[in-house]
Design a protein around this ligand. Structure first.
Ligand SMILES: Nc1ncnc2c1ncn2[C@@H]1O[C@H](COP(=O)(O)OP(=O)(O)OP(=O)(O)O)[C@@H](O)[C@H]1O
Ligand SMILES: [Mg+2]
Length: 600
């Protein structure tokens, strides 16, 4: 009995993260209850086995007639069969529970991670998140099902065996209880050390996947710059670091196993020796010694597996701690509790009024340099405004704020007259269609990728959108047409083709506010003309902000806003600006190509 009580202190300390498993177990209370019943029944029948054996030895064997012997053997076999059946039931229920809980944890963590804001992903490597979703959950899986079962079963068996040993022979039990603390104390000390090592070991593994994920996602850049060796060296270092920690952990664990096993076996030997003398002195029957011995073996095995489980529990606690971190991470950008409704969009009427009001914004990682400063701009519904300016002027940043990936430090951003910080995040974003500067496609078919714009769109609508974006022709030329798999991140398409898919997506979405970030930059002149026509059609009925370096695009805008270093330096029509703004005149001369000038 000294084992569970003296193990109490470190248990309470290190098991705390595992308490967060409880909410995940709650929905499966009834399965848990049945698992407990099976557990108790299995332990009960296991504890009955030595008693049956004692009767077999003391009465059955000495009875002399075959029938009596048969009855005792049949009883013994019956108890054994019961034990097998209950153990199987326990195994099934408990494993089911573990798998179920881990599946739920995985889903819950992922559900939380997908709503995190860009800031979170700036400080957390995606590979690390992936590692936690797989490695850490696997650790928790081992504990939440089988581990808990072993721990409970061992505890019950240990307690039951000790009680039964007392019933069999008190003196012998007394001897064991005196020997026990010598087993427990060193085991606890080592166990503590192990827990610390487990956490850092898991951290190192997460490091390596983070590193690998990062480079594999950009493998062509790595190869183009011939950085393979450098990355291999870095990865090797990370792998070695994780190996070193694992070795230290394994060594401690090996000591733990050696120590606990040896000490337990030594204690049992002591008992055997003492018991043999008692049988010699006729103070105990042979059957009783056999029974006591079996219970002592049970107790020893239970104690050993408890101490072994202990390190497993500690590893799982470390893993759970980090999963809980991910599960409870809250995005910096949230919808307010009581969001203000955006005015309804009526068909035909132009919506998508935009207002930047004294906005000052710096990225969290760059507190010194504002990306936007003193930025005030009104865009009327239906208007088409072009943002031009040198690279790094803050053009894309305005889109980041409109989509509310970040909140400005000063000022407000309004959509249809409502401060987007006080509106529902999804309501705001669903009014916006974005064709980003670097198009991201998903590892799915062309059809699925376009459908991302509006998941409930029909096939016909998807194809119509593709036609409008001049994407229909090349998609049909793919091996399986619209159902062709585009490769991971759409790598099987050219840059211009990817861009047209992104435009088709925005067309399908049909939003009141369209944001085009150099949407046609990767297109050749012919496709650009086709896409341009489609976009013009689109722009006619909605508010559009275009970021563009090409004059042909800019000229179509109602108004041109020139930006530099996060500020608006001028705005007006092309003709006004050429005459009045030296920066624009220079951009027009340099960046806008000859074709553009020829259009003048
Ligand atoms: N995630 C980020 N974290 C920190 N700084 C950023 C981040 N994104 C952009 N910046 C910085 O903010 C400034 C404005 O960037 P922005 O992307 O808005 O420029 P841009 O006008 O779109 O340029 P380009 O024409 O090259 O696309 C730049 O100095 C840039 O380095
Ligand atoms: Mg940009």
């Amino acid at each position: 009995m000294s084992d569970p009580s003296s193990a109490d202190r470190p248990k309470a300390k290190s098991v705390r993260p595992l308490a967060s498993l409880l909410p995940f177990l709650k929905p499966y209370r009834s399965v848990l209850a049945w698992a407990m019943v099976a557990l108790l029944l299995a332990s009960g029948s296991m504890l009955a086995l030595p008693v049956a054996l004692k009767h077999l030895v003391d009465r059955g064997m000495s009875a002399g007639d075959a029938d009596t012997i048969d009855i005792y053997f049949i009883t013994f076999l019956g108890v054994a069969v019961l034990f097998g059946a209950f153990a199987a039931m326990r195994f099934y229920l408990v494993t089911w529970l573990g798998e179920r809980v881990v599946a739920d944890i995985r889903a819950a963590v992922y559900r939380n991670i997908v709503r995190m804001d860009p800031q979170f992903f700036e400080v957390t490597r995606t590979g690390e998140v992936l590692s936690r979703l797989t490695t850490d959950t696997t650790l928790v899986q081992s504990i939440s099902g089988v581990g808990i079962s072993i721990a409970l079963r061992s505890t019950i068996n240990l307690a039951g065996s000790i009680v039964m040993m007392g019933v069999t022979n008190l003196k012998l039990l007394g001897l064991i209880l005196i020997a026990m603390p010598t087993v427990i104390v060193p085991v606890i000390a080592l166990g503590r050390k192990l827990r610390k090592l487990s956490r850092s070991s898991q951290d190192r593994i997460a490091d390596t996947s983070g590193l690998a994920g990062e480079t594999l996602n950009a493998i062509q850049t790595v190869q183009a710059f011939t950085l393979e060796d450098l990355n291999v060296r870095r990865y090797d270092q990370a792998v070695e670091a994780s190996f070193d920690i694992a070795v230290v952990r394994t060594r401690v664990r090996a000591w733990l196993t050696a120590l606990s096993t040896t000490l337990v076996v030594a204690a049992i030997t002591l008992v055997l020796w003492f018991g043999a003398h008692q049988v010699l002195a006729d103070k105990m029957s042979g059957g009783e010694l056999v029974q006591f011995l079996l219970f002592a073996v049970y107790a020893g095995v239970a104690a050993a597996s408890l101490s072994e489980m202990w390190s497993e529990v500690q590893r799982a606690a470390g893993a759970m701690e980090r999963l809980v971190e991910l599960h409870h991470a809250t995005p910096a950008i949230l919808s307010p509790a009581v969001p203000q409704a955006l005015p309804a969009v009526t068909p035909g009427a132009a919506a998508g009024r935009v207002r930047f009001e004294g906005v000052r914004f710096h990225y969290p990682s760059r507190p010194e340099t504002p990306a936007l400063d003193d930025f005030t701009l009104d865009i009327a519904p239906g208007e088409t405004v072009a943002f031009v300016g040198p690279s790094g002027a803050g053009k894309s940043t305005t889109f980041q704020l409109l989509l509310r990936f970040y909140d400005p430090q000063h000022g407000r951003v309004l959509l249809d007259g409502i401060d987007i910080a006080s509106a529902d995040l999804h309501a705001v974003r669903s009014r916006i269609g974005l064709v980003p500067q670097d198009t991201v496609l998903f590892g799915a078919s062309a059809r699925e990728n376009i459908r991302y714009g509006r998941p409930d769109a029909s096939d016909a609508e998807v194809e119509a959108a593709a036609q409008a974006a001049a994407a229909d022709e090349f998609i049909r030329a793919l091996p399986e047409g619209y159902d062709s798999f585009l490769g991971e991140r759409g790598l099987r398409l050219s840059g211009g083709q990817r861009q047209r898919i992104a435009i088709a997506r925005a067309i399908l979405r049909n939003p009141p506010l369209l944001l085009l970030d150099e949407a046609t930059s990767a297109l050749d002149a012919e496709s650009e003309r086709v896409v341009q026509e489609a976009l013009e059609q689109l722009m006619r009925t909605r508010t559009t902000i275009i970021i563009a370096h090409r004059l042909a695009t800019v000229l179509k805008a109602d108004r041109i806003v020139v930006m530099d270093q996060g500020r608006i330096v001028a705005s007006g029509t092309h003709a006004d600006l050429i005459a009045s703004n030296p920066l624009y005149a220079r951009l027009a001369a340099l960046q806008f190509n000859d074709r553009g000038t020829a259009l003048l």
